[in-house]
Design a protein around this ligand. Structure first.
Ligand SMILES: [Zn+2]
Length: 180
């Protein structure tokens, strides 16, 4: 299910379709985001609850073909492996049941500052990190609270990564976006 088809107000910043990511080169040929339908519909509900608060959801990544997960693992030094999925096990992204998100400030028309950056791969990425400003932590915690209220669970190492309940029942896939 393509996210912007379901809700065109979901904001996209598909970093892996640009060189602006931890790999330093584009991994996707198309800047699109997909999830399994139940996860996509839950995300739309989170977006609807954010709107009266002045935010949209900003989506960095959804379904990710398995071969991309393999490339990420192979290019990441072992000491940073807690921040990338082991291709032997596959990623919840490969099942279309994980999404990387942040908040978009509607009035300011920009990404909301968080305690750490997307894919930063440092202790600032932990959702329990107590640093940054109080306002940054409030934004991070608001995102987590709303996502958890709609069936998502945050990854202990990444404040932006959420898995959707029931991901175990979906298979790991390797289709590119234009074959979905
Ligand atoms: Zn993720």
């Amino acid at each position: 299910m393509e996210l912007t088809t379901l809700d065109p107000t979901l904001q996209l910043d598909i970093r892996y379709a640009t060189p602006h990511n931890f790999m330093g080169r584009p991994l996707y040929s198309q800047a699109r985001a997909f999830l399994q339908r139940p996860a996509a519909e839950a995300l739309v509900q989170v977006n609807a609850e954010l709107k009266p608060l002045g935010y949209w959801l900003l989506v960095f990544d959804g379904y990710r073909p398995w071969r991309i997960t393999k490339q990420m693992w192979d290019s990441t030094p072992p000491e940073k492996h807690e921040f990338v999925a082991d291709p032997q096990l596959g990623s919840r992204h490969n099942r279309g049941c994980a999404v990387d998100v942040s908040l978009w400030d509607i009035a300011a028309n920009r990404e909301v500052p968080m305690p750490g950056d997307y894919d930063e791969m440092s202790f600032r990425s932990y959702p329990t990190y107590a640093g940054g400003t109080a306002e940054q932590r409030e934004h991070r915690d608001l995102l987590r609270r709303l996502m958890e209220a709609h069936g998502f669970t945050v990854l202990p190492a990444e404040w932006w990564h959420f898995d959707f309940k029931g991901w175990q029942s979906y298979r790991i896939q390797d289709f590119p976006f234009d074959k979905l």
